[in-house]
Design a protein around this ligand. Structure first.
Ligand code: SF4
Length: 336
C-alpha cells in the first residue's frame, strides 16, 4: 500500500497523510494533472484499493507518526467513487492518532444521504474542486456534459448547513479560461457559509504536469504573478485568499515512513499488474517482509511488453516521498 502513486498511502514526512483509494474518475477535466477519466487513451489500467489492507497500512503509518494527524483522501482519480468510502472513513476514524479527516472531491456524484453518512462516519472536511459555476464552462472544463456544478454547490451547502462537516472550495485558476468565475466562486463560498473551521476558499495555481492534460488557451503564470493576482482579488472582494504566513491546516514535520530502497539501486521484482499509464507496470520486490511499513510496490517502466508474473531486474530512477519508479533492465518472462 506504499510505494506507488496509483493508490495507497503517500507520505511527505508531515502530519498530513494522503490516502488514495482509487484512480478511477468519471470526469475528463481538460487540465487534469493525472490524466484521469474514461476518455483518456494514455491510461490502460485503474485501481481500487483493498480497504482492509489500506486501513492496516494506515494504522502502522499513524503509529509511527504519532497523534495530531490529518488524513487527506485524494488520489489519481475521484475518491468519492470508491465503493467502500463510508466504511473507509469509519476505519480511519477508528485510528486514535487521527485528528481530522478530509477529502478532495467534485461532490456532484454524491447525494445528501451519502453526505450525512460520511459526516456520521467521521469525515471532517470536504475540499470541493469547483472551477466554474457557469454550467457551459464548467462542463467544458470537466470534459463531461453530465457534470453539474449547481448540484455540487447545492450539496456543499447541504453539508455545511446540515452536518458537522466543513467545506472549503479549491478552484484552479486557469488564466484565460475561468478568470471571471473565481470571484463568483469565492463570493458564493462565503455567502453559503463554507469555512466553519478552515479557510472557505483556497485558489490553486494551474501547474502543467508531465503526464497531465494541457488545455489550449491557458497561459500558465509564475508564482509572483499568481500571488499579485490573488492579493488584488482579495482586496477587490474583501475575502481572505492569501494564507501565506499562517498555518490554517496546522502542518508540521513528522517522522517519514522508512525508505527501504534508494534511487540508483537495482531490485528484483515480480510484475503483478499493468500500471495506470501505457508502458508502466506495477511490481513488488521478490522478497517481502509482510510489514506494510517496509514492503513497497514499485512502478516499473518497460519498452518491452511485460506480463503478470514476469520477473524483472529493475533500476530505481525515482524514490521521492517513498514513491518508486524503476526501469526494467532484465526480464525473465513467466513460464507458459
Ligand atoms: S481533475 Fe480530478 S475530477 Fe477532473 S479528471 Fe482529474 S481526477 Fe477527475
Amino acid at each position: 500500500m506504499i510505494g506507488t502513486r496509483y493508490f495507497g498511502i503517500v507520505d511527505q514526512g508531515t502530519n498530513i497523510v494522503e490516502v488514495r483509494p482509487t484512480s478511477l474518475c468519471p470526469l475528463n477535466c481538460i487540465f487534469c494533472s493525472v490524466a484521469a477519466g474514461p476518455l483518456e487513451r494514455r491510461r490502460w489500467a485503474d485501481f481500487i484499493a483493498d480497504r482492509e489492507e489500506l486501513a492496516e497500512a494506515l494504522r502502522a503509518v499513524a503509529k509511527l507518526k504519532g497523534p495530531g494527524l490529518e488524513v487527506h483522501i485524494d488520489g489519481m482519480g475521484e475518491p468519492a467513487v470508491y465503493p467502500e468510502l463510508v466504511e473507509l472513513v469509519s476505519d480511519i476514524r477508528g485510528i486514535k492518532e487521527v485528528e481530522a479527516i478530509s477529502m478532495q472531491t467534485r461532490l456532484f456524484m454524491l447525494s445528501e444521504e451519502k453526505i450525512r453518512e460520511l459526516a456520521e462516519a467521521g469525515l471532517d472536511r470536504i475540499n470541493l474542486s469547483l472551477d466554474a459555476l457557469e454550467p457551459a464552462l464548467a462542463k467544458r472544463l470537466a470534459g463531461a456534459s453530465y457534470y453539474d456544478p449547481a448540484r455540487a454547490a447545492a450539496l456543499a451547502e447541504f453539508a455545511v448547513r446540515n452536518t458537522r462537516m466543513d467545506v472549503l472550495v479549491s478552484p484552479v485558476w486557469l488564466p484565460g479560461l475561468n478568470d471571471g468565475e473565481l470571484p463568483k466562486i469565492a463570493k458564493w463560498a462565503v455567502e453559503a457559509g463554507l469555512g466553519k473551521r478552515w479557510p472557505p476558499v483556497l485558489i490553486q495555481k494551474y501547474l502543467p504536469h508531465k503526464r497531465g492534460r494541457r488545455p489550449d488557451g491557458v497561459r500558465p503564470v509564475e508564482w509572483p504573478e499568481f500571488w499579485r493576482w490573488l492579493r488584488r482579488l482579495e482586496k477587490e472582494l474583501g475575502i481572505r485568499l492569501d494564507w501565506r504566513g499562517e498555518n490554517p491546516f496546522r502542518v508540521e514535520r513528522r517522522p517519514a515512513v522508512p525508505k527501504p530502497h534508494r534511487a540508483g539501486e537495482r531490485v528484483k521484482a515480480r510484475v503483478i499488474a499493468r500500471g495506470v499509464f501505457k508502458g508502466e507496470y506495477l511490481a513488488v520486490p521478490l522478497k517481502l517482509s509482510g510489514d506494510p511499513l517496509l514492503d513497497r510496490s514499485i512502478t516499473v517502466t518497460s519498452d518491452k511488453r511485460l506480463r503478470e508474473g514476469d520477473e524483472v531486474v529493475a533500476r530505481i530512477i525515482e524514490d521521492e516521498d517513498n514513491v518508486y519508479i524503476a526501469r526494467a533492465e532484465l526480464v525473465f518472462p513467466q513460464s507458459a
